[in-house]
Design a protein around this ligand. Structure first.
Ligand SMILES: Cc1cc2nc3c(=O)[nH]c(=O)nc-3n(C[C@H](O)[C@H](O)[C@H](O)COP(=O)(O)OP(=O)(O)OC[C@H]3O[C@@H](n4cnc5c(N)ncnc54)[C@H](O)[C@@H]3O)c2cc1C
Length: 366
């Protein structure tokens, strides 16, 4: 594994001596391979292939010595699905997989501690984590334990030259989305979280197999102060898992009232879609903030996005820039979303919803 020859003093983490730090620094890019349970199977979160693809592109720009390493650390038992998970990681861009194992890994605090102990042993250049519920929980714990910086919720990752060094340039919205800030991190690892569906996964197979290593962290001194007694799924919030949705039906201010918004939810349920809203709809109290699509909301990449009564402001459209097809229903033919859609219906949104629901119910979809 290539070692970094000369390390800028700024890059040495304060809790390590310079010699120690220099020995441990790898030139690798780590990607946290978040595991989720889906239909009784353990699998990778959809953000992982997106991060791996980004990591590969960064590795190629940085220097050809960088490896992309997936870090598996989970409190799930993944034995039965392990081979599939491993294969998916290589296919999507991993050169190497590290599997961090310990009985003390019982919830996200244990995961964070184990991963940060691992990073102390093998300091990566860059560490990418999905801005998921787990990712957002562990990333700040890891970065504070490693005494390094974390750029959260990034929308773009690039490599830039700064004082004769290549650095990760992580861009994220700031000041409520009015500005985009590009942030460099002076310590290692340079950490960033990225929202699901913002980046693209690769279209081809990277490799079928690769390097593999297990790591047992020393967690003797770790006292897990958090005990999870019970986990309950909030079914209302579940449909806010929009990032992976194949079809999204969204409503805006043009729906005008609660009654029409309920029609939209009914239509979404009839066609098996997730539902969402513009900020206009959120501001009117028609739908919760966790369902908002756009710059200060969620980013989605469905096969079909159906927008009822949404004008298509730029702040909204950035959230659907990866949607494959956009269908817009708006009574104003000059609304910006009409021009940006694949299919446009210039009509009253409520009337179209009534007709669609009637048709679907007639055909036995109720
Ligand atoms: C910093 C910043 C961040 C922002 N972030 C976001 C964000 O994350 N997401 C977001 O969505 N917005 C965001 N916004 C707000 C954004 O600029 C728009 O104001 C918002 O998207 C408008 O919501 P809307 O399309 O529902 O409402 P409007 O712009 O009011 O559009 C309503 C549309 O409905 C149509 N309509 C009216 N009546 C009917 C009818 N009967 N049938 C059919 N169509 C009808 C109208 O023609 C119009 O096009 C942000 C703004 C700022 C400044």
């Amino acid at each position: 594994m290539a070692k970094k020859k000369k390390q800028n003093s700024n890059n040495q983490n304060e809790n390590l001596s310079s010699n120690q730090a220099e020995e441990m620094i790898t030139r690798d890019i780590f990607v946290f391979a978040e595991i989720i349970k889906k239909s009784d199977k353990m699998t990778l979160h959809a953000v992982v292939p997106e991060l791996l693809n980004a990591a590969r592109e960064l590795a190629d720009k940085y220097t050809n010595m960088l490896k992309v390493c997936s870090i598996i650390c989970t409190d799930y038992n993944i034995d039965s699905d392990f081979e599939n998970i491993k294969r998916d990681l290589y296919i999507n861009g991993s050169d190497k997989i590290y599997f961090i194992k310990s009985e003390k890994i019982q919830n996200y605090t244990g995961i964070a501690k184990a991963v940060s102990e691992f990073c102390k042993a093998k300091i990566p250049e860059i560490f990418l984590i999905g801005a998921t519920i787990i990712g957002r929980s562990i990333a700040p714990l890891i970065s504070s334990d490693l005494n390094t910086g974390l750029t959260a919720d990034c929308t773009k990752l690039e490599i830039t030259n700064f004082k004769d060094e290549k650095k990760l340039a992580a861009t994220r919205p700031t000041f409520g989305g009015q500005l985009m800030a590009t942030i460099l991190c002076k310590n290692l690892p340079q950490m960033a979280t990225v929202r699901p569906s913002v980046l693209q996964k690769r279209g081809d197979i990277y490799k079928e197999d690769g390097e593999y290593e297990e790591f047992i962290p020393n967690l003797d001194d770790f006292c897990n102060h958090l005990t999870i007694l019970n986990t309950e799924i909030n079914k209302n919030k579940l449909s806010a898992e929009l990032e992976n949705a194949q079809i999204v039906v969204a409503g805006g201010k043009g729906l005008k009232n609660e009654e029409n918004f309920q029609k939209l939810i009914k239509f979404a349920n009839l066609i098996g879609a997730s539902y969402a809203g513009s900020r206009g709809a959120v501001d009117m109290g028609l739908i919760g903030k966790e369902y908002q699509i756009g710059q200060t909301g969620k980013t989605v990449a469905p096969k079909v996005y159906i927008a009822f009564g949404i004008s298509g402001a730029v702040h909204h459209m950035v959230g659907i820039s990866n949607a494959k097809k956009i269908i817009a229903i708006n009574n104003d033919e000059n609304a910006p979303i009409i021009e940006n859609s694949d299919i446009a219906i210039v009509e009253d949104a409520s009337k179209v919803l009534d007709e669609l629901i009637e048709e679907l119910e007639k055909n036995g979809n109720a």
